[in-house]
Design a protein around this ligand. Structure first.
Ligand SMILES: O=c1ccn([C@@H]2O[C@H](COP(=O)(O)O)[C@@H](O)[C@H]2O)c(=O)[nH]1
Length: 283
């Protein structure tokens, strides 16, 4: 019997797959956030059945015009095991349709536990495995090692929170000047990506941060990896804010919007038009 092929042989590296998706579909990442109010607006129940209808409609409507879909894990978790089963279905259907997924789970823990989170979201053959997962580095960047390494081994990616889009983040993230936590996270991520090809360690930097990156001395243009930029639409950011926040790093940015696009549903044609309009406005 020949030895089993290593997991990495199963798919191309995440950075390459993301670059190909961007070339084909543009840069917009569409969030799938099935809030109770949105479900009601679509005429759906706040139930696992409503969640499934909502999720699969978004996949069908915008999968071909988004660089990736970003399901918000919390909104599936609030339905317990049946909600997570819907998330599994969504992730599997997206993979079948060659649509990239970023599970917005914001995981982070001490190393031994982190390995279990990494296996859950990035492990080969795991029911909740996505193409990438968001990570919280509050326990130290190095605590994320199991996820960073497993992602590399399985052709997947991670997005590490650096400067989040919410105003409350400023008291933690926008302090310290050259010694800021955000800068140390960005430098550590860039070190992971050093070498040939676009790297698999991305950052989350909100589109709403104004000039914070420059102010803190973050050179986002040298990350050599993708930047997930939530905050577009419902949180108030648009083209002007993206330019202000990212400057010459814009080519690496995936502007990310959920509610502002999802509110155009439930008809797939309307959803798709909203996503295309957003993508083209931001291009
Ligand atoms: O800094 C961050 C990190 C993650 N998010 C997530 O993105 C979406 C935003 O939804 P909108 O409806 O477009 O406001 C949501 O799932 C957040 O948890 C973020 O907003 N900011």
């Amino acid at each position: 019997m020949p030895p089993e092929a290593p997991a990495a042989a199963l798919r191309a590296p995440f950075g390459e797959r993301l670059a190909a998706a961007r070339a084909a579909r543009g840069s917009l990442c569409v969030g799938i956030d099935p809030h109770p109010g949105l479900l009601a607006g679509w005429g759906l129940d706040d139930s696992p059945e409503g969640l499934e209808r909502f999720s699969l409609t978004v996949l069908e409507a915008v999968g071909a015009v988004a660089v990736a879909l970003k399901p918000q894990v919390a909104l599936y978790e609030r339905h317990g095991s049946r909600g997570l089963a819907v998330l599994e279905t969504l992730l599997a259907r997206a993979a079948d349709a060659s649509v990239l997924t970023i599970a917005d789970a914001k995981r982070g823990d001490i190393g031994s536990t982190m390995l279990a989170y990494a296996e859950a979201w990035l492990g080969e053959g795991r029911p909740l495995a996505a193409d990438a997962v968001t990570l919280n580095p509050y326990l130290g960047f190095e605590s994320l090692r199991p996820a960073i390494d497993l992602a590399a081994a399985t052709g997947r990616g991670v997005f590490v929170l650096a400067l989040t889009s919410n105003p409350e983040g400023r008291s933690v993230q926008h302090v310290g000047g050259d010694e800021s936590v955000a800068r140390s996270i960005a430098l550590a991520a860039a070190a992971e990506n050093a070498g040939a090809g676009p790297g698999h360690v991305g950052l989350v930097v909100g589109a709403t941060i104004g000039d914070a990156a420059r102010h803190l001395g973050l050179d986002l243009g040298s990350l050599n990896g993708p930047i997930l930029a939530p905050g577009v639409g419902a949180q108030g950011a648009g083209t002007v804010e993206l330019r202000a926040a990212f400057g010459n790093a814009l080519p690496f940015v995936l502007p990310t919007s959920s509610r502002a696009i999802l509110a155009a549903g439930p008809h797939p044609a309307d959803l798709r038009a909203a996503a295309e309009r957003t993508r083209d406005e931001l291009a």
